[in-house]
Design a protein around this ligand. Structure first.
Ligand code: ZN
Length: 136
């Protein structure tokens, strides 16, 4: 398969974007990209830019949000790592043929117009893994 070009972002599950942002914005001094709601995933996210990589904070917007379930089970913390790829459909096909268990068989809409898909942590050493393709 085509090698991912870089780590795109690291996703961190939080109970409150506002509260969690204080560390990244006020203590570390990172640039904040503003928040965005992703109704499909029942989350509100905010990105902080750090060189070529971003930190993505995810806050649930509903009790049945996957992030709400994650927080109930494990509390706030590292949620996923996202790899940037140029051709997400081709990447998903390659992963599938390599026997990787996919949560998303087809790309779906992420923040900032990205197309995203998740691979199951069972196939990725316990780390929820996202693959994302930026809009051109
Ligand atoms: Zn993400």
């Amino acid at each position: 398969m085509q090698v991912p070009s870089q780590i795109d972002h690291i996703g961190i599950a939080v109970r409150s974007l506002e509260e969690a942002s204080r560390f990244y914005r006020d203590v570390l001094g990172l640039d904040c990209g503003g928040s965005e709601e992703i109704p499909d995933q029942k989350v509100r996210v905010v990105f902080f830019q750090l060189g070529e990589v971003r930190i993505e904070l995810l806050e649930p917007t509903a009790d049945d949000s996957p992030i709400a379930r994650f927080l109930d089970k494990r509390g706030p913390g590292l949620h996923h790592i996202a790899y940037r790829v140029d051709d997400l459909p081709a990447t998903l096909a390659a992963l599938k043929s390599a026997g990787v268990r996919l949560i998303d068989e087809a790309p779906r809409d992420g923040a900032h117009g990205m197309k995203i898909a998740f691979a199951h942590p069972q196939s990725t050493n316990g780390v929820l893994t996202e693959f994302c393709q930026h809009a051109r």
